[in-house]
Design a protein around this ligand. Structure first.
Ligand SMILES: *Cc1c(COP(=O)(O)O)cnc(C)c1O
Length: 506
């Protein structure tokens, strides 16, 4: 069968036409997003009226799909495997429920997170607490409930041991390790016990004061996304596990943390073209590519000094290859030192392999929608498009959101025809009262104009963008979070927005 040349442009193409960067960076979109913003735009407008702007819309089937893809890879390699969803990447409780339905575990990073997950009914055996700072009351909660604690340092080890003694309960723990050898040097981290300190640590652990600590696993969480670094770290953990077992510790899991990479963009070529043009524009050398792509020539991590570029992009690698389950597969299939694969080495020991993905399992699980409140131009003829949101509501540690937003026009009110259908270019700006309050540093084009009442959609914001840095400066209320129901035409407020500030102990 041949494809009709007259076939309609697909929904995603139509959706993207209304907004793109000077050099476009097309978002990867899930089908539910395309449906919502092409077929149900009236409904989306109603939701924003009802719940306010910005509005976080989340969808949990995609989380289940992402988790099952990881499970499937492990299954094909016969690896005993469990995902522990790192919920600090998004606070919505619908994701905790979805993870629980998938029989996945949850990684918690604070007392509130831990309490909420317990209250949702997740078995404590399917939880790990990796909080960077663990208060005594958090440790008491973990000990009482039997939540595994990933121990970061000696002080934590002593406190958890004393809590366990006092409560007369034993507690499952994992040791967080760091300082792995990679490519001839040590991988730096501020977290965990350095590998060199492990022999002394193991000696100390045999002291009676630690008898209620039940050492069940090793854990690491590396910065970045490099598969080869994970392979090296696993390879260096395995002999330590053998040693621990020889000394009588019933170690049964190895937890390789998060950092599974994902891609936000559809095309490698757009990502490469952006950076090439950006560098040229910063150097000002190439006439054709001399227009700056960013607000006031922001470098996005690069600096131009005496005709050369220094530094490196201070943004997430929005396009990358080898992501998600393919990345996991490359690790499981890699050879360790003795020639067997990681999968074989893990299986030979009867170990469970665990991971703690946050961002990557939330790929495709949410969008942030905001209403246009003004469009104005500055003396340079550039435009500022003011949205009813602030920049902490779609932000991570990256300098910019490097994905083109979508625009859904305001509802057609016949008595007020669109005033601004001429093409304009400019920047999205937010509600905090600083000069730097830009929602996008990249300059955007609006080929059909943009005006008050239109909606701007930031695609794929569930991982970190929605909540990691959200703040309530100027006493703006936090954004509400709504969960798309199965039929994809109705929503429910997420339970996190009903949680009162202080939770009672469970
Ligand atoms: C943040 C974090 C994760 C999740 O990392 P992602 O990059 O979102 O996958 C997992 N484990 C620990 C200990 C973390 O701090």
């Amino acid at each position: 069968m041949t494809l009709s040349t007259e076939s309609k442009p697909n929904a995603a193409v139509l959706l993207r036409r209304r907004c793109h960067g000077l050099l476009p960076l097309d978002a990867r979109l899930e089908e539910w997003m395309e449906n919502l913003f092409t077929q149900n735009t009236d409904t989306v407008h109603d939701w924003v009226k009802q719940f306010g702007s910005p509005l976080n819309i989340i969808e949990t089937n995609t989380l289940s799909r992402n988790i099952s893809e990881l499970n499937e890879i492990a299954r094909t390699m016969s690896v005993d495997f469990r995902v522990y969803f790192a919920r600090k990447a998004n606070k919505c409780l619908a994701f905790v429920d979805a993870a629980m339905n998938m029989n996945a575990g949850v990684d918690v990073a604070s007392e509130q997170e831990c309490l909420q997950v317990l209250q949702r009914g997740l078995p404590p055996a399917h939880m790990i607490c990796t909080a960077a700072i663990k208060s005594k009351s958090l440790l008491e909660l973990c000990v009482r409930q039997g939540v595994t604690v990933a121990i970061d340092n000696r002080d934590e080890l002593y406190v958890v041991a004393s809590v366990a003694r006092r409560l007369e309960k034993s507690v499952p723990i994992a040791l967080r390790l760091s300082g792995f050898e990679f490519a001839g040097s040590k991988l730096y981290s501020r977290f965990g016990f350095d590998l060199d300190s492990v022999p002394q640590l193991l000696d100390d652990l045999s002291e009676p004061k630690f008898e209620r600590l039940n050492l069940r696993g090793l854990h690491f969480h590396l910065d970045g996304y490099c598969a080869r670094q994970r392979i090296a770290a696993i390879d260096q953990c395995l002999p330590i596990i053998d040693l621990l077992r020889k000394r009588g510790h019933a170690v049964d899991f190895l937890d390789i943390g998060g950092g599974i990479p994902m891609s936000y963009l559809q095309h490698a070529s757009q990502w490469e073209a952006f950076w090439e043009h950006h560098r040229d524009a910063m150097l000002g050398k190439n006439k054709k590519n001399s227009e700056s792509l960013t607000y006031r020539e922001h470098g996005l991590g690069l600096l131009s000094i005496n005709g050369s570029i220094h530094g490196s992009p201070n943004v997430y690698p929005y396009f990358q290859t080898l992501v998600q389950s393919e990345w996991l597969k490359s690790i499981l299939a890699a050879e360790c030192e003795n020639g067997e694969t990681i999968a074989q080495a893990v299986n030979a020991r009867g170990l469970q392999l665990r991971c703690e993905p946050g961002r990557s399992v939330l790929d495709g699980c949410g969008v942030t929608v905001a209403r246009v409140e003004f469009v104005k131009s500055n003396p340079n003829g550039e435009h500022f498009i003011g949205l009813a949101m602030n920049r902490t509501q779609c932000r991570t540690s990256s300098d910019d959101f490097m994905v083109d937003p979508l625009v859904v026009p305001r509802l057609d009110e016949t008595d007020t025809p669109r005033r601004r259908d001429q093409p304009i270019a400019g920047y999205l700006v937010g509600a905090y009262c600083t000069e730097s309050e830009l929602l996008t540093l990249r300059k955007l084009k609006f080929p059909f104009g943009i005006e008050v009442g239109d909606l701007v959609i930031f695609p794929n914001t569930a991982g970190y963008f929605m909540h990691f840095l959200e703040s309530r400066s100027h006493q703006f209320p936090l954004a509400q979070n709504v969960v798309l129901n199965q039929a994809e035409t109705t929503i429910t407020l997420d339970a996190i927005d009903l949680v009162t500030e202080r939770l009672t102990d469970c």
